[in-house]
Design a protein. Structure first.
Lengths: 133, 133
DNA sequence: CTGGACCTACTACATATCTAGTATATACTA
DNA sequence: TAGTATATACTAGATATGTAGTAGGTCCAG
């Protein structure tokens, strides 16, 4: 049953599903984050493959099947990021963050939000020190 | 000349080269971040392909060729992370960070370092507000 | 009830990725 | 210098990925 790792394209499909909730193939096709225009059947094929892999499921509807992601964002991306940090950043999350912030246009608002995330992680870290399972 | 995107395996090779500096095929093979054991010629083939793509270069040495990355870590990874954030995290760097911290065993030391990175980004952000080119 | 619009299932195929073998050159060792 | 260890170049093939076409079903407008 081990959920397989999504490819680039599959990740985009999941991204759409996570952002907008259960969607039809058509809706996904139109919302692909890279603007690239692909044939309808291309997206359909990919999503059918994803279903075989267990990445998505679907419910037959009147008009068209409605697909949904079977795992939450973090469940899929945490392992991927963990590997990325290990493989490409020599295991340093700080270095990864630096890359994440650098270059990409992170606005001031985002930075505040990011700081909030850090604070939260810090709190959990400190609590964890006490160590309840 | 447009440097192509490295694959998973290629990224690992680059990771080794960035972490340890110019290295032989043998050295890379032994330092691959995922512990997986591969034939010597497997790594060799991959690195030869990377040279064709312009991801690495090499200097013939007495014993064995010494390979080096042709681009710095950030040059390769920033675009990759930018795409990842857009494609999988709905464009939210904060969400990506949350994933980065969650699950992966980020120690307290790392957290401090991370905070330092954030502060720096903040400083640059604020300075940028004033707006010297 | 018929023609178009739209949907899914299935098939096909080019390219990339990962893997490793074979052949051959080179260098150190005894 | 003969033999072994090690390196590279080249080749090969299995699997994954991205792409799209064709066939056939369903539903609604006229």
């Amino acid at each position: 049953m081990a959920k397989q790792r999504p490819s680039e394209l599959e990740l985009q499909v999941l991204g759409v599903l996570w952002d907008r909730g259960p969607s039809t193939v058509r809706a996904v096709r139109e919302a692909m984050p890279d603007g690239k225009d692909r044939a309808y059947t291309t997206i359909l094929s990919v999503m059918q493959g994803m279903e075989r892999k267990g990445l998505v499921g679907h419910t037959p509807q009147r008009q068209a099947h409605v697909y949904h992601a079977t795992a939450r964002r973090e469940q899929v991306l945490e392992p991927m990021l963990r590997d990325l940090v290990r493989n490409a950043f020599g295991g340093s999350a700080a270095r990864a963050l630096q890359c994440l912030l650098g270059g990409s246009g992170v606005g001031a608002g985002e930075l505040d939000e990011i700081r909030r995330v850090i604070d939260e992680a810090d709190r959990e870290q400190t609590e964890g020190q006490g160590g309840q399972p």
